[in-house]
Structure formats: structure tokens, C-alpha cells
Design a protein around this ligand. Structure first.
Ligand code: NAD
Length: 473
């Protein structure tokens, strides 16, 4: 399988596509490695995490460059991704305390009771294309540190970072068979879902695949499952918001990673809370003008050029899908203020996968561009008379991944955090990405499962609790 650099359109690597038989062999190898790995003391497994972290730090630039080359994001975005990925390895290195159970003496006369956590065996981890390095690391270090073995299937579009992590894991002393990588698309996923020795699956990707394929099949076969899925995130701008800070934050939220983020801003809602109609129109125009001005200045090009602020879409098909939404928005009657289909690049690169930032005003929540996940650099600006109406817009949308409010008013901020049904809430934050020691949450069609990736919830996902009651005669 060729891996193509979306900025240069050159083939940068080839990876083998795993056959069904190879997947079964990988699971068999993991199953064989499990008894010894689970008996390895947690502190020894933690040392592997420390060594893995150290190796990742040593290769920090190399890993970051790989992400820019295989995905297209800017080098600074890749550095951010590498950092956030490593943080999960750091958190998992705390496994001796994270995995502890608890006990209580004399639950009845002379009887003690305690709870221990044990690993289950082999887990499958299936990644999306948009964060090829970091997303699988929401699960990998916790699965390993708790004593499980893993089969990782990165996105078929940008699998190199994951192959790199597996190489480093070997160097870090993680025994053969504990950590396996397979490559390919849906056939490989089917092979993983059908294998009875895989006890649970962590998936991050689109809602149709996450719900219809992963969640349902895991339910049928009794596998544990985390399925983190699609999004359509609303950002509310209140009349008292700090203009410069809000607009600067919005630029990274809407256009960072070329909009290919499950936490990206999608709909910007100006809220006229407490304003007369004419005051609201002035406020709305001020936000729209500042937004368009900033978006039109974003430098688009090859992410290895340090001055570039936005890279390409992952490939031509993804670009065409986003361009199709722009066309649809025009037909639906939204006002196209900045048309990213007119590609202007910093540097002489093939325009195949590139778009520039796009802005629509007069978008309503019933339009396809206002309700569906576009997953590209398109901002849809909307109006809401007050906070209740804005929150209702969020609740009427099928997704519930993230939502943000920009305000200086504590009462508005608290109401927003209290009422809004989304897994990740931002207050003057445009990309609500939880740190490694917090769970990566999600609601409605953005998440299927019970426990989330990262931190202590991941530890619970990768272990089963056993209760022991004892007495001595
Ligand atoms: P995708 O669903 O197309 O692919 C995800 C994974 O599933 C890939 O490894 C792919 O090879 C595999 N796959 C694709 N089609 C399949 C099928 N029919 N059967 C079985 N497996 C299949 O998603 P993507 O395009 O790689 O990623 C983008 C999506 O991921 C967006 O919707 C984005 O919002 C979402 N995402 C969500 C989060 C989150 O935490 N909620 C984080 C990152 C990305």
C-alpha cells in the first residue's frame, strides 16, 4: 500500500497490507505473550513506559516530521500532537498506583474483603487518519501498562507513525508478541472483530463506522468497546467576549489541522443576549468582519515550511467532499464570504489536496453545512437571539462532542457548562482537548461505550475487577 504525502503528492513509503491469516497470527502471538506479560510486575512494565517515553523524546523531531509528511498538518501542529501523545505514556508510567485496588477489614466479624484489577488479554486498537500518532496513544500505553497485549490497526492513509511507535516499543524492551501492528482497511477490521480472542476494541473514527460496524459487532460478540466518533462543534460568542483573543483562538479551532479535528470549531454562533436588534446587528458584523479578515490571512502550504499555518486535506477525495459541501452551502442560500476553493498557496505545490479557509454567514442549523460533519476548513456563522436559543441549536444537532463559549461573564459561563449536553466544554477555549489524565469524553452520536480513553477511565477499561472475600479459621 502506497503512503502519499498530501502536500507533494509523492509516495513516501509502502506498507504491507495484512492478510486475514496474518491478523489471526498476530492475535495468536499476543495471546501467547499474555501470560508472561501480565505476570511482569507493574513497576517493570512502568519502566518500559519510561524507556518508551525517553525514546520518543529522542526522536521527537523525526516523529513530528513523519506526521507532517504522511498527514499534511503543519510541523508545529505535529509537534503538539507528539507532545500530547507522549503525555499519555507519561501518565501510564504511574501504573503501580493507578492499577491499585482497595480493601476493607471486618466486612463481617473476622472477614476481610478486597478488590483487585486484572488485565483481560488481547485488545484491538483502530485509529483514524487525522491524528495518526496521538489518537492510538489514548489507549496503547494504558493497555500495555495494565498487562494486556495489543493489535494496533492505524488508518490505512497514514500508518507510518504507528509503525514507528511499534519499533520504539521493541527498543524499549516490550517483549515480542505484546505489541503488534497490522495494516489495511475494513477487511483487517473485520478480521479483528471476528476474532474471539480479542477481548475489547478501542475505535476512533467516523460515526457510521463507529456505530454500525464497531459498536454493534462488539455488542453481538460480547467485546468491551470504546467508540469515539464524529462531531459538529458549536462555538458561542457572547457580546462581552474579548474580540482579539476570541478571533485568534477561532483561527486555530476552525482551521488548525485543516479543520480535520473532532474538536474543531464548525459553527460559530454570535449570541445577542441582552442586546437590542440594532446592537446585535452591529456586534454580529464586527465578529464576522474580524473573522473573515483573520481567515483570509492564513498561509496555506506544505507544513514543513515553518511559516505555513494550514496544510492540505488528507487527499483529493477528502478535498472534493469538502468542496461539495461548499457548493451545497451556496445552493442552500448561505452567504459565502470567503471561498477556499480558490486555492492560493505559499510555495509551488500541486493543488490536488489543498483548500484555503472558507467562511459562510447566514447559516441556519437545518442546512446540511450547519448540521453535518464537514471535516474541513469551513466556518459556518450563525445567529442566536439569546443563550437558550444557542444551547437549543447545540442540543438539536446529532453530535455532542464539544462546545465552547467566549465570554467574561461567570454566570453565562456556568449556565453554559451546566446545561450544554456535550462531552467536552470550553470556556474561552477553542479546542477542548482533555489532558492525558482526564477522560476524552463525548455524547450522543459522538461516542458509543461506557468508559473513555485516557487516564483512570482507560485503566478501568483495560482491567476487570475481581472481589476477594476471606476469612481464616
Ligand atoms: P473512518 O471511520 O473512515 O476510519 C476510521 C478507522 O476505521 C480507520 O482505521 C479505517 O481504516 C477503518 N474503517 C473505515 N471504514 C471502515 C469500514 N467500513 N469497516 C471497518 N473499518 C473501517 O474515520 P477517519 O476518516 O479515519 O477519521 C475521521 C473521523 O474520526 C471523523 O468523523 C472525526 O470526527 C472522527 N474522530 C473522532 C475523534 C473523537 O475522539 N471523537 C477523534 C478523532 C477523529
Amino acid at each position: 500500500m502506497d503512503v502519499v504525502n498530501p502536500s507533494t503528492q509523492k509516495v513516501i513509503a509502502k506498507v504491507p497490507v495484512s492478510t486475514r491469516d496474518e491478523i489471526d497470527r498476530a492475535v495468536e502471538a499476543a495471546k501467547e505473550a499474555f501470560p508472561e506479560w501480565r505476570r511482569t510486575p507493574p513497576l517493570a512494565r512502568a519502566r518500559c513506559m519510561f524507556r518508551l517515553k525517553e525514546l520518543m523524546e529522542q526522536r521527537f523531531e523525526e516523529i513530528s516530521r513523519i506526521q507532517t509528511m504522511e498527514h499534511g498538518k503543519t510541523i508545529d501542529e505535529s509537534r503538539g500532537e507528539t507532545r500530547r501523545g507522549i503525555e499519555n505514556v507519561e501518565v501510564a508510567a504511574g501504573i503501580p498506583s493507578l492499577m491499585m485496588g482497595y480493601n476493607l477489614e471486618d466486612v463481617a466479624a473476622g472477614i476481610d474483603e478486597y478488590l483487585i484489577r486484572q488485565p483481560l488479554g488481547v485488545f484491538g486498537i483502530i485509529g483514524p487518519f487525522n491524528f495518526p500518532f496521538m489518537v492510538p496513544l489514548w489507549f496503547i500505553p494504558y493497555a500495555l501498562a495494565t498487562g494486556n497485549c495489543i493489535i494496533v490497526k492505524p488508518s490505512s492513509e497514514d500508518p507510518i507513525s504507528q509503525v514507528k511507535i511499534a519499533e520504539l516499543a521493541e527498543e524499549a524492551g516490550i517483549p515480542s508478541g505484546v505489541y503488534n501492528v497490522v495494516n489495511g482497511g475494513r477487511t483487517v477490521v473485520s478480521g479483528m472483530l471476528d476474532n474471539p480472542d480479542i477481548k475489547g476494541v478501542c475505535f476512533v473514527g467516523s460515526t457510521p463506522v463507529g456505530h454500525e460496524v464497531i459498536y454493534k459487532r462488539c455488542g453481538e460478540t460480547g467485546k468491551r468497546v470504546i467508540a469515539q466518533c464524529g462531531a459538529k462543534n458549536f462555538l458561542l460568542v457572547m457580546p462581552d467576549a474579548d474580540l482579539d483573543g476570541t478571533i485568534a483562538t477561532c483561527m486555530t479551532s476552525f482551521y488548525g489541522n485543516a479543520g480535520q479535528r473532532c474538536l474543531a470549531g464548525a459553527n460559530l454562533v454570535t449570541v445577542g443576549e441582552g442586546l437590542s436588534e440594532s446592537e446585535y446587528n452591529v456586534f454580529h458584523k464586527k465578529i464576522v468582519d474580524a473573522f473573515v479578515d483573520a481567515a483570509s490571512k492564513i498561509r496555506v502550504g506544505y507544513g514543513l515550511d515553518q511559516s505555513v499555518q494550514m496544510g492540505p486535506l488528507r487527499d483529493k477525495e477528502k478535498k472534493e467532499k469538502v468542496a461539495g459541501y461548499i457548493e451545497k452551502g451556496v445552493k442552500e442560500g448561505a452567504k459565502l464570504l470567503l471561498d477556499g476553493r480558490k486555492v492560493k498557496l505559499a510555495g509551488d505545490w500541486p493543488s490536488t489536496a489543498f483548500l484555503n479557509p472558507t467562511v459562510f454567514d447566514n447559516v441556519t442549523p437545518d442546512m446540511a453545512i450547519g448540521s453535518e460533519e464537514i471535516f474541513g476548513p469551513v466556518a459556518c456563522i450563525m445567529k442566536a437571539k439569546n443563550m437558550d436559543q444557542a444551547i437549543e441549536m447545540i442540543h438539536n444537532n446529532q453530535y455532542g462532542n464539544a462546545a465552547s463559549i467566549f465570554t467574561q461573564n461567570g454566570k453565562w459561563a456556568r449556565k453554559f457548562q451546566y446545561d450544554t449536553q456535550c462531552g467536552n466544554i470550553g470556556i474561552n477555549i477553542g479546542i477542548v482537548a482533555p489532558m492525558a489524565f482526564f477522560p476524552f469524553s463525548g455524547m450522543k452520536k459522538s461516542f458509543f461505550g461506557d468508559l473513555h480513553g485516557q487516564g483512570t477511565e482507560a485503566i478501568r477499561f483495560f482491567t476487570e475487577s475481581k472481589v476477594v472475600i476471606q476469612r481464616w479459621f
